[in-house]
Unconditional design. Structure first.
Length: 582
């Protein structure tokens, strides 16, 4: 026994010496690299060998045109990567969704356990929109230009998951300070309902002390940020026999003068929140190039509207008249409402941006109020799928009496409803157009349909919002049918928690900054509420995306420096968590 005791004492002494003098290396012992040293050496290789091949797998899921086979391959790629980093990893098939990836590495049950969440599914991408400086890019072929990786999924959300994966490799090679689990889903972009149900049914499997999510932005590139609130989301479809009923519904649901939602009782549970002046002074200026497109709710700053005020955003409005109008003594007029030059995220900008679908609804209602009789030939906005984007334009074509000066009427209506006339284009077509998008009239049947998205905040109840839309539909017309698509409540967290503070300290060390920013977000992560209700653990929303990362839009990108800083932050954060007492 004394020999064994002496051996253990000697081993402990050797460990103490090596810890105090890391430069010493003998008997095969090697220095453990700092997170910064490790990332500098391994980061570029990881991008080329792991992240870029994963991005090339087209894991689209945000509509019926998604790629289930691509999602399956993407999930299997992630599973294999985690297995190679010492995790027990597997894919889990869901009845109504794409596969989940679950992995765990339990080094000591007495240590804290961190659950890392992300999503591998991505939005669809229109290659025609992916042009940078005259160069045509391929959305699923990562292209590095001026230190940025341009690709679909680069920042939403494969790139940030990559920071977690590279941190996991570090701990596989140099010892893990805590237990780690991964849950990565493939349905976030279409609402995440199957994955949320899985969370609620598997509390024991996912039991952890802290959840870390890296699917949010920073206020400024190069400075870490913790997100403290997310908006909830309510999406519903409205259909009618007469498209003018839907136009009236949208018109009655939105006040263009004050930019407020007019659903019955919509603001009853909204808590008025204001952003400190020092934050507004630094981050609250309108974005360059937006011009008259940005118009927040009256009485609130732009950031307050984007973070704390509920909004309405028509994601799609599609109708085509199958029977050409009688054009005798008539003229055909096309009205185009222009939105932003690029596709924007409706959660962040739905509300502050004057949207084409809202324009068209107010304009066409205004024609009726002006006593103008018109036949609606078509109205087209969005794609008819459930989207979370603001499209650049919306089109309506009408047939009216030849004697009507439509330019004068629309100018009056625009002034009445506080619409920017310069964003409206009016053309006398002369004859009926034959196309709606890529579909010919007469070859497809279009039921008048609108998809409406509400971003809700605070204590607003998703089902109450959907019910109030139904109530408004009944007031507008008995022939409007409202159906729910998906819904999730808003989320708010506090950073005054030891686990969150450990992550905050890790972010500061990883970025080399003094302090972190805190912010709200206009977007939604539907599964977060399921985690919150099921696990009841602190949730750290630590994103690494720069403000111009173009979530959901063309030229989505991730700065390489943010990837490196994010990985360093994750390593430091997990080390900090491992030192906490459970």
């Amino acid at each position: 026994m004394s020999t064994r005791r002496n051996f253990l004492q000697g081993a402990a002494t050797l460990g103490t010496v090596l810890a105090a003098n890391p430069a010493l290396a003998f008997w095969g012992a090697t220095k453990v690299p700092t997170p910064e040293e490790y990332v500098a050496r391994q980061g570029p290789k990881f991008l080329e060998k792991v992240l870029f091949p994963w991005i090339r797998i087209e894991t689209t899921s945000d509509s019926d045109a998604g790629n289930p086979e691509g999602c399956k391959l993407g999930a299997e790629f992630l599973r294999d990567e985690l297995t190679g980093s010492g995790f027990s990893a597997r894919t889990i098939d869901l009845p109504d969704g794409n596969p989940l990836v679950f992995a765990e590495r339990i080094v000591d049950p007495s240590l804290p356990t961190v659950l890392l969440y992300g999503h591998y599914d991505v939005q669809l991408a229109d290659p025609a929109q992916w042009v940078l400086g005259g160069k045509q890019l391929k959305p699923f072929e990562p292209t590095v230009i001026d230190g940025r990786v341009y690709a679909r999924g680069a920042i939403d959300n494969k790139g940030p998951i990559g920071t977690h994966l590279l941190a996991a490799r570090y701990f596989d090679q140099h010892g893990s300070p805590c237990n780690v689990k991964f849950l990565v889903e493939g349905d976030e972009e279409r609402g995440g309902s199957p994955s949320s149900k899985f969370v609620t049914e598997h509390a024991d499997l996912l039991a952890s002390d802290l959840l870390i999510v890296s699917d949010t932005k920073t206020l400024r590139g190069g400075h870490p940020c913790l997100t403290t609130s997310l908006k909830g989301i309510v999406i519903g479809t409205a259909t009618a026999e007469d498209p003018k009923d839907l136009i009236e519904l949208i018109h009655n649901a939105h006040d263009p003068q004050e930019n407020r939602v007019l659903l019955p009782g919509f603001y009853d549970r909204v808590v008025d929140q204001r952003i400190p002046k020092r934050v507004l002074d630094e981050f609250g200026a309108p974005e360059e190039g937006m011009g008259d497109i940005l118009r927040p709710e009256t009485g609130y700053a732009q950031l307050e509207h984007r973070w704390y005020r509920p909004t309405i955003s028509p994601l799609s409005f599609i109708y085509a008249n199958q029977k050409p109008s009688n054009t005798e003594n008539k003229k055909t007029v096309r009205i185009t409402a222009h939105g932003p030059n690029i596709i924007e995220h409706s959660g962040v900008y739905g509300g502050p941006v004057q949207e084409p679908a809202l324009y068209l609804s107010h304009l066409l209602t205004g024609l009726k109020e002006e006593g103008i009789e018109y036949d609606l030939d078509f109205i087209h906005y969005g794609t008819g799928k459930v989207q979370t984007k603001i499209r650049p334009t919306g089109d309506a074509q009408i047939t009216i009496d030849e004697s009507v000066n439509i330019d004068d009427v629309i100018t009056r209506v625009a002034r009445k409803y506080n619409l920017a006339r310069e964003l409206l284009e009016v053309n006398n077509v002369g004859e009926r157009r034959a196309y709606l998008g890529e579909e010919r009239f007469g070859e497809s049947s279009y039921t008048p349909t609108a998809i409406l998205s509400f971003r809700i905040v605070g204590n607003q109840d998703p089902q109450e919002v959907l019910s109030s839309l139904d109530t408004l539909a009944e007031i507008t017309s008995k022939d409007i049918t409202v159906e729910p698509v998906h819904a999730g409540p808003a989320f708010k967290t506090s950073i005054d928690n030891p686990y969150i503070q450990a992550v905050s300290a890790g972010l500061q060390k990883g970025y080399g900054t003094d302090g972190v920013h805190t912010m709200g977000v206009g977007g939604s992560i539907p599964i977060i509420e399921a985690f919150h209700q099921t696990l009841g653990i602190p949730i750290a929303l630590a994103g690494f995306a720069s403000p111009d990362a173009n979530y959901h839009g063309s030229l989505e990108n991730m700065r390489k420096i943010d990837f490196y800083n994010g990985t360093q932050s994750m390593i430091h954060a997990l080390k900090n968590v491992g030192q906490l007492q459970r």
